[in-house]
Design a protein around this ligand. Structure first.
Ligand SMILES: [Zn+2]
Ligand SMILES: [Zn+2]
Length: 415
């Protein structure tokens, strides 16, 4: 918790004290803390760190994981914008998928088949830069279902999500061409839903008790939106990028968790990041939301927990961001870093950090893998084919080994 804010510490501490007290009482052993067990739930106060894939969600509980909280120039500590929402009914959603976030997502140990829904707030690279990696890397590494993508229209069709996704498929035609005849490539399909950027609180997704609405954002160009997810009486609001606007002010009121961009103070954009003063003012207050503006937004909307993100969150920047937010907002607050985890229920909101397993492997697919359709393989030219050295004395025994174990009769392509 050393890098966490005072606000986060306060929330976590209060929850830990209350939770610890209730836990002891329910055992009839007030004052005693139960030992750690492998099946400890998120509510057990003694578990200070979230270990991915070890906690089942309560059926009325929402878990939100910060997978990218930084800037377009990603760094080891912070990837660009990405937020995972997991619900007690088993549904999972990604909001934005910015550069560098794919490895953070992998660290959550979720089978790729279970994270097939991505909502993109706008088409800046720091909000969609890891989409190709997640799409094609996920296909190779066990997603066997089409990737579903929702994103806004633009002022004209070429500024819309559908156009961007069509071009992305064209851009990766070589990559796709290598896969089809070699692996089960069902996950290579894209299922794109473009919705009107100027829809105000319009439903863009509704299934299994989950409703997701979009509201316009004021950022960059026409074609930026924010999202509101509602399920089971819980409300999650996510700004993506925007300056304060009337739609957010009206429609996110009273959210259980309200995640809104909170940029570096303009003066730090000049002194630490080398912006010219006018650039810093333009970017820091007219294109993005300064800490003081963020505070105004949260005071107007009064969420149960306000979460600020989208700045380099360090020991020397966070106190200044916090000081400025506190000029205009005195409610519950977390200033997010990557791997911060929020367990949200009607009873409490718990904030912790997630443990990271740097040696994580992709989880097995939920569906059975099919053999590849080798008729789809695109052959090499005679030129390239003539360059291969077959080494049959080592390759044939590898085939023999697999054929014997799995009772198959496969043969090498190069002989
Ligand atoms: Zn942006
Ligand atoms: Zn951004």
């Amino acid at each position: 918790m050393s890098s966490a804010s005072k606000g986060v510490a306060a929330v976590a501490l209060v929850v830990a004290i209350v939770g610890g007290y209730l836990w002891g009482r329910s055992d009839g052993q007030a004052g005693r803390v139960a030992p750690l067990t492998q099946t400890a739930s998120a509510k057990k106060a003694e578990l200070d760190v979230y270990y991915p894939a070890t906690e089942s969600l309560g059926k009325n509980e929402m878990r939100v994981v910060a997978l990218g909280t930084g800037m377009p120039s990603v760094r080891p500590k912070q990837a660009a914008a990405c937020w995972l929402v997991e619900l007690g009914n088993g549904e999972k959603f990604l909001f934005d998928i910015g550069s560098g976030c794919h490895e953070r997502l992998a660290a959550q140990k979720i089978p790729y088949d279970l994270i097939d829904k991505v909502f993109i707030g706008h088409l800046h690279v720091d909000h969609m830069g890891d989409l190709p990696s997640f799409w094609l890397g996920g296909t190779v590494m066990n997603r066997l279902t089409p990737l579903r993508i929702w994103g806004p229209s633009g002022a004209t069709p070429e500024y819309g999500t559908k156009h961007a996704m069509d071009l992305m498929e064209q851009m990766y035609v070589w990559d796709i061409g290598t896969r089809g005849g070699v692996i089960d490539f069902r996950g290579g399909q894209l299922d794109v839903t473009e919705f009107a950027f100027d829809g105000v609180n319009e439903v863009i997704y509704q299934d299994k008790g989950v409703t997701i609405r979009s509201i316009p954002a004021v950022h960059g160009l026409d074609g930026a939106v924010s999202f509101i997810l509602e399920w089971n009486g819980l409300k999650f609001a996510y700004s993506s990028d925007t300056i304060p606007n009337k739609w957010w002010a009206e429609h996110t009121k009273g959210a259980d968790i309200s995640i809104h961009e909170c940029f570096l103070p303009s003066v730090l954009l000049v002194t630490k990041q080398g912006f010219a003063p006018l650039e810093a003012l333009n970017v820091g207050t007219q294109g993005h939301t300064s800490p003081e503006q963020f505070g105004k937004v949260m005071s107007a909307t009064k969420p149960r927990l306000a979460v600020g993100y989208h700045f380099y969150n360090d020991f020397d920047t966070q106190p200044e961001v916090m000081r400025r937010v506190r000029k205009t907002y005195d409610g519950p607050l977390a200033l997010a870093v990557d791997y911060m985890v929020f367990n949200v229920s009607k009873e409490e909101i718990r904030v912790r950090m997630s443990a990271v397993d740097e040696e994580i492997w992709p989880s097995p697919p939920m569906k059975k893998r099919n053999p590849p359709d080798t008729s789809k393989a695109i052959p090499f030219s005679d030129f390239t084919r003539s360059g291969a050295i077959a080494y049959p004395e080592v390759v044939q025994p590898i085939y023999d080994e697999i054929n014997e174990i799995y009772d198959t009769d496969y043969e090498p392509v190069f002989k």
